[in-house]
Write a new protein. Structure first.
Length: 499
């Protein structure tokens, strides 16, 4: 067994040279070996980093749009050149297969490409002669030091939902990645210096609750962009807003795929397997509840079962379809739902515990698992499991399916599979979910639209990236201006009116 590598903060453009009071182990989930030891930031270190970010911000806020977009273009090129290396880091610490890791980096890259257009995105409006010889115009200005706190499941992409836009808008960023798989985010953050970003504008602090709380309560942190589980998202939203910050906190999910009887069942089965088991179900947009409108459930389940039999689970570097879960604790938690499902009356159709794995060592594997006859009230249905467990819920009609989806407390993503355009359009209008797919099982919006759920899947008003991202990371200002001449003279204490 090799010695675990030290993983530390990135402060003022350099790896931190101090000694951490607390550390946390990082594992390779495909082998179970400890690969790293991560320095955890204390509240006082976070305070130092915020101060240095605040001083770096003053210069960056004054950088021209041309300078900022130049850095964004350079960052985009560097990330594109290094995407294979970043993907390898993701697979080594998260466990997802390499092709999936590469897909994640590419989706993050798209946000950097969107942010390259910042001169256009930050353009204000101008109204000449709003009143006689009076012009009115709007401008958007950066917030200052902004914090990004990310989850383990997209260690590179989720930070990039926010960071390129925040930097392009003229802010200084402090990223707190997940302590389970921090290396990819740190490697991406290091590219900003190479791209020409001044030191201190992009900093990384690693840590747990202590570091998060220090960011949430620090007076010089102006906004918090959080992604993670619903209870923590709610806590982050409440604490951050109570401390005067602008907060967008994206939470957990329970995504339903509604299959109508007229759908192409082969394509629906492919989609359910891809969206249910890709990345071992550790995606906030994974399909976890397949809602089959009768009489198609038996046929659909049989097609899904056939496809599941062809999937290979194992070490993500070997060309398998699905990798391990992120930690042994998480694998055990997901596995506990299998026993609970059986005891609560669901039918275990495919048991992932009985499969074998392509791996050397003691990885945290659970192969794809399928349940039938799942109902609300069962923990399989009610909880976000975040693993390779697909539950089929049988319903008698489209209306019953829609009511089921709208009764769920989460509202991140959903999909309808049908060849009936009218049914799809009604679904899109009536479903209470933030991101909707029509024959698309994982409807993650492209970077120039915004990503975000409804209900318990997002706390705050603003979704990630797209124009909502630009608005989140800037403040609006409206200027009313005139150039005085003698015709403006005289006393008048009335409220100004336009003439
Ligand atoms: P998590 O909530 O455990 O951790 C997220 C972040 O919060 C991490 O940086 C972690 O260090 C920090 N954190 C953990 N406990 C904390 C505490 N007590 N106080 C303050 N900070 C704390 O989430 P995770 O397990 O890393 O990620 C999986 C979850 O994220 C799932 O629920 C998934 O649905 C959700 N997710 C949501 C989206 C979305 O867009 N809605 C996207 C990705 C992941």
């Amino acid at each position: 067994m090799s010695t675990p590598t030290r993983i530390t903060h990135l402060i003022d453009g350099q790896p931190w040279s101090g000694t951490a009071e607390r550390t946390s182990p990082v594992f390779n989930p495909a082998t179970g070996e400890q690969s790293g030891v991560l320095d955890l930031a204390s509240a006082s270190l976070v305070d130092e980093v915020v101060k240095s970010a605040a001083s770096a911000w003053e210069e960056w806020a004054d950088a021209s749009l041309a300078k900022r977009s130049g850095v964004l273009f350079a960052f985009r090129e560097l990330l594109n050149d290094r995407k294979q290396d970043i993907a390898a880091l993701i697979t080594a610490e998260h466990g997802k297969v390499l092709s999936d890791a590469l897909g994640e980096v590419t989706r993050g890259l798209e946000v950097a490409e969107f942010a390259c257009g910042i001169p256009h995105l930050m353009r204000g409006g101008f109204s000449e002669n709003a009143s006689t010889n009076v012009d009115v115009y709007s401008i958007r200005q950066p917030l200052g030091v902004v914090a990004v706190i990310s989850p383990f499941n997209f260690p590179a992409m989720v930070p990039m939902w926010f960071i390129p836009i925040a930097i392009a808008c003229g802010n200084a960023v402090i990223l707190k990645p997940s302590e389970k798989d921090p290396s990819a985010a740190i490697a991406v953050a290091a590219l900003w210096k190479e791209a020409g970003l001044p030191d201190g504008v992009m900093q990384v602090v690693n840590g747990d609750k202590e570091a998060v709380d220090a960011l949430l309560t620090h007076p010089d942190v102006k906004s918090v962009s959080f992604v993670g589980s619903t209870p923590i998202a709610k806590y982050v939203y409440e604490t951050g807003t109570a401390h005067g910050k602008r907060v967008q906190a994206l939470g957990g999910a329970k995504n339903h795929m509604l299959v109508l009887p007229d759908a192409d069942l082969d394509l629906a089965a492919d989609a359910a397997v891809n969206a249910g088991f890709g990345s071992a179900g550790e995606r906030c947009m994974a399909i976890s509840a397949l809602v089959a409108v009768e009489p198609i459930a038996d046929e659909l389940i049989s097609k899904i079962k056939d496809r599941m039999g062809k999937l290979v689970t194992g070490d993500g570097t070997r060309g398998c379809d699905m990798g391990p879960l992120v930690t042994s604790q998480h694998r055990d938690k997901v596995t506990s739902y299998l026993d609970a499902g059986v005891s609560e009356g669901a039918t275990l159709v495919v048991d992932g515990r009985q499969d074998s794995y392509e791996s050397d060592g003691e990885g945290y594997f659970l192969a794809p698992t399928l349940f039938d006859h799942v109902k609300p009230g069962m923990s399989l249905y009610d909880d976000e499991i975040f693993g390779p467990v697909l539950s089929v819920v049988r319903v008698g009609s489209y209306d019953e399916g829609l009511t089921l989806i709208n009764s769920n407390p989460y509202g991140n993503g959903t999909a309808i599979f049908t060849n009936d355009g009218g049914a799809a359009r009604t679904f899109q209008r009536k479903v209470e979910v933030g991101m909707v797919g029509v024959n698309v099982p994982i409807p993650v919006p492209v970077s120039y639209y915004s990503f975000g759920g409804w209900k318990n899947s997002l706390f705050g008003d603003t979704h990630a990236h797209g124009m909502e991202g630009v608005h989140f990371f800037t403040r609006g200002k409206v200027v009313t201006s005139r150039w005085l001449d003698p015709s403006h003279g005289g006393l008048n204490l009335g409220f100004p009116q336009n003439d």
